[in-house]
Design a protein around this ligand. Structure first.
Ligand code: HEM
Length: 129
């Protein structure tokens, strides 16, 4: 099956929205000490969705010939992506002090908003300067 660029881009953006929503939801439930892991769907869907997100991202990168390292905005996205994953995993991990969890959650949200801004403006500085 052949998919055109705009469909894959739409899949990428939809899974981005779902990924941020599911992360924010789990982060808030975790902050409220609510056991969201009892719901199998909430454990499973984020992983499936993030796999779709990254597969679409790599496909877009390949199809448009824009690669990390060659394109500074894509390099910035990848670095911020690692930061989002690292901070996000601390925010959702069990046995983290509430203060640390709050900071990790806020930093992860900032990182993913930065990624969206970078993607939108195609600029590591968000075209601010
Ligand atoms: C959490 C991680 C990510 C988020 C939140 C994200 C977000 C976005 C958003 C919002 C857009 C649409 C931008 C627009 O045209 O207005 C986009 C496009 C794109 N993203 Fe991502 N992205 C992520 C990861 C990645 C990664 C890892 C790569 C590369 C390997 C990538 C490559 C691309 C490409 C090539 C486009 C299309 C730009 C174009 O059509 O010129 N993304 N991304």
């Amino acid at each position: 099956m052949q998919m055109d660029y705009s469909s894959i881009r739409a899949i990428h953006i939809t899974s981005v929205a779902l990924s941020i929503t599911l992360f924010a939801l789990r982060g808030l439930l975790q902050l409220a000490s609510f056991n969201w892991r009892q719901w199998r769907l909430l454990r499973l869907v984020p992983h499936l969705n993030d796999t779709v997100l990254l597969t679409a991202a790599i496909t877009l990168s390949y199809m448009s010939g824009q690669y990390p390292l060659a394109q500074p905005w894509l390099t910035a996205k990848i670095i911020a992506l690692f930061f989002y994953i690292a901070a996000g995993s601390i925010a959702l991990r069990e046995n983290v002090r509430i203060g640390h969890r709050r900071i990790a959650f806020a930093l992860a949200l900032l990182a993913v908003l930065y990624i969206v801004g970078v993607a939108w403006k195609r600029s590591p500085t968000l075209a601010l300067f």
